[in-house]
Design a protein around this ligand. Sequence first.
Ligand SMILES: Nc1nc2c(c(=O)[nH]1)N[C@H]1C(S)=C(S)[C@@H](COP(=O)(O)OP(=O)(O)OC[C@H]3O[C@@H](n4cnc5c(=O)[nH]c(N)nc54)[C@H](O)[C@@H]3O)O[C@H]1N2
Ligand SMILES: Nc1nc2c(c(=O)[nH]1)N[C@H]1C(S)=C(S)[C@@H](COP(=O)(O)OP(=O)(O)OC[C@H]3O[C@@H](n4cnc5c(=O)[nH]c(N)nc54)[C@H](O)[C@@H]3O)O[C@H]1N2
Ligand SMILES: [Mo]
Length: 765
Amino acid sequence: MPDTRYPSLAHWGAFSAVVREGRVVACEPFAADPQPSPLLRAMPGMVHSPLRVARPAVREGWLRHRDRLRGGSSRFVEVDWDTALDLVAGELTRVRTEHGAGGILGGSYGWASAGRYHHARTQVRRFLFSGGGCVDQLSNYSWGAAHFLLPHVIGSHIPVTGKVTQWSSIIDHTRTLIAFGGLPLKNAQITSGGAGDHSMPGWLRQAAQAGIDVVAVSPDRRDAPAIARARWLGVRPNTDTAMMLGMAHTLATEGLHDRAFLARHCTGYERFEAYLLGQSDGTPKSAAWAAAICGLDTHIIQTLARQSAAGRTLITCAWSLQRADHGEQPFWMAITLAAMLGQIGLPGGGIAFAHASMNGAGYPRIDGLPTPEMSTGRNPAGLSIPVARLGDLLACPGQTYDFNGEQRVYPDVRMVYWAGGNPFHHHQDLNRLAALWQRPETVVVHEPWWTPVARHADIVLPATTTFERNDIGGSSRDRFLFAMHRAIAPVGGARNDVDIFGDLAARLGHEAHFREGRDESAWLRHLYDQTRSGAAAVGVTLPEFEAFWAKGHVELPLPQHEFVLFENFRRDPEAHPLATPSGRIEITSQAVAQFGYADCPAHPTWIEPLEWLGAVAAGRHPLHLVSSQPADKLHSQYDPGTVSSDIRIQGRTRLRMHPGDAAQRRLASGDLVRVFNDRGATIAAVVADESVREGVVILPTGAWFDPAGDGTLDRHGNPNVLTRDAGTSRLAQGSSAMSTLVEVERWVGEVPAVGVFEPPQILVV
Ligand SMILES: Nc1nc2c(c(=O)[nH]1)N[C@H]1C(S)=C(S)[C@@H](COP(=O)(O)OP(=O)(O)OC[C@H]3O[C@@H](n4cnc5c(=O)[nH]c(N)nc54)[C@H](O)[C@@H]3O)O[C@H]1N2
Ligand SMILES: Nc1nc2c(c(=O)[nH]1)N[C@H]1C(S)=C(S)[C@@H](COP(=O)(O)OP(=O)(O)OC[C@H]3O[C@@H](n4cnc5c(=O)[nH]c(N)nc54)[C@H](O)[C@@H]3O)O[C@H]1N2
Ligand SMILES: [Mo]
């Protein structure tokens, strides 16, 4: 039989699935993609992997006596679908009756598939919302601090998503591009909803050709890509606020700040300036003061400030900066610094976000042109937590906490329902989470694979992958919409998340509300038609569904007008005010001041993180752990696959450290090490690398959590056994994963084998 090709899509790009005799044998990149991601290579092996969950499975201890001993090495009992669905429906009914909607945690944070209809997290919320509601999770781990801060400062969080001044405007106008967090191409493989055009490498090449001085501020020189001819400023982690204050101080004391812009477009500069100059607290935030904190030379900070004022300058910030203790501050300060430069709203100038974080920031896109989007409906329970407060939710039912000016109470969760995310990947302090995970009465998980979250569940329902269903996808940072054709039959006994929920809803009596009378094909047509009529409203004609489906994609026209962030506001701030209380950029915010949070005061402020290199003097853990996004995968997805396996050393994730720090510990590249602090330890393989700033170690996220017997050792390089589980501040309560100190030592003795790449023990009854 000849090979058959089916158009499809992942968060790392569009492709054709090549199918031979019922199996996916290759994923061929989309023809129009100038720089396809190598991550496509991991997919075929994983679709047919022995790690697929074959049939519904119930943890033996829960099935027999409802115990809560959820650990990575539990045994499971296979059951048929009816038995499994009856158990889940029974638990939902019991918990709802006894504890109400607040008894069920259904936020189910996670990325899952690029396909928007079969997007598991959307469907699980839709299902639980239509059945009476649940405790939802607000915002995301990616940019949670910015999400809640930016509305106070610039009236909207939208720019943080990458809706920023277009690249063409940068290439034509910018002279200095300062990228806090750098411009790592590893992250540009990904865009949520999937990219057809990996455009970032092309833009960076053009930036170099245009002679832009690209300045990458990061603890990792690999964030300063050669194709952009970027220069590297190896800052200490979590000190960007201080560096920016040092630049601001240079501007203010040398009269280089744009007083007219500050007066007409901003509010609260004077109060901030009193802090900047040390009039309010006795400490001028001079370049020398900043240098001592951020570890760069005084003159570098001063020169960069002067250069920024002398020509068109764009400041862009990676999301990583705000995934830190007091992560609100670097973003607020970056906006303030850009405001002082007075170029906000000018072509190629001002402030931007996300260039380092995802493909498609600053991608040209016609305003208002929609992407297919499946609605979750409304949560009738009205209950939620800030997403990263998962641990505290389980730890502190009934307790109050502060969040963005509100006092809230943690609900008393009895049942956890997860589909399309991996909390044992994304959450901080996983040993704490693993202990708290014993508290709920029931944990239900849908997963295609025996991932860590599946292993920590009571009832595991096997879900199909993208290859096994029809879908549509696309990103608002791209110029294509994609048809995703079912390429193979479901593997083993897997079912689509949405069909699992449909059958559960039928048992629970809300099937009509959940399904709205549509099957897969009707939903895909509906989502496409919605997109098509939204497009028509902004003057874009899309083909009929049949033509789109047959072709496999549709290319969207590009805008005529070049988007420049805050262009209208700059031109006429009275006619186009921001949605802040003053209508202007709030360098000092009265609203934030009124919250009275010491950890997020009225204007940008340098507040020492609890864990950073300035705090190591007395500590036993002298290295700053940067747990950045992995180059070889998306989060924990496809960790057992070939792309990730190929770069592991002795089966362990690579930890990069400066050769000097390695030598001090008598470590050589390839050695296995124990990375540890008081929260836990993990085994990684050291790579001595001059691109890492001294005092910093880089261990990317994504290794499947693999706890050893004693409970606090992870065997395979998961940084989240080391990170601290605390909010960025009382304002945003975002994840602060990047503020972590550790020590590294040679692993001595026998090395425990990695256990998590073998399926758990399954009893067939
Ligand atoms: N230390 C540290 N921690 C971090 C970060 C960091 O920088 N440092 N970054 C944070 C960020 S920004 C994020 S976004 C999170 C990411 O955290 P997650 O989004 O939770 O991570 P993923 O590994 O993408 O999890 C997706 C899960 O969905 C499953 N899945 C895929 N397709 C389907 C499907 O069709 N149906 C079902 N039911 N399941 C499916 C996958 O197998 C996988 O287990 O991690 C956060 N954690
Ligand atoms: N390949 C790949 N790409 C991804 C993802 C993935 O899992 N894999 N995940 C996607 C997701 S969900 C998200 S949210 C984005 C996240 O996007 P980001 O948050 O921007 O990604 P990170 O890789 O965590 O950080 C970017 C760079 O910031 C640097 N950095 C870390 N701490 C600091 C600091 O304190 N100061 C400065 N100046 N620099 C610092 C790190 O060296 C790192 O390389 O990435 C997306 N892209
Ligand atoms: Mo993210």
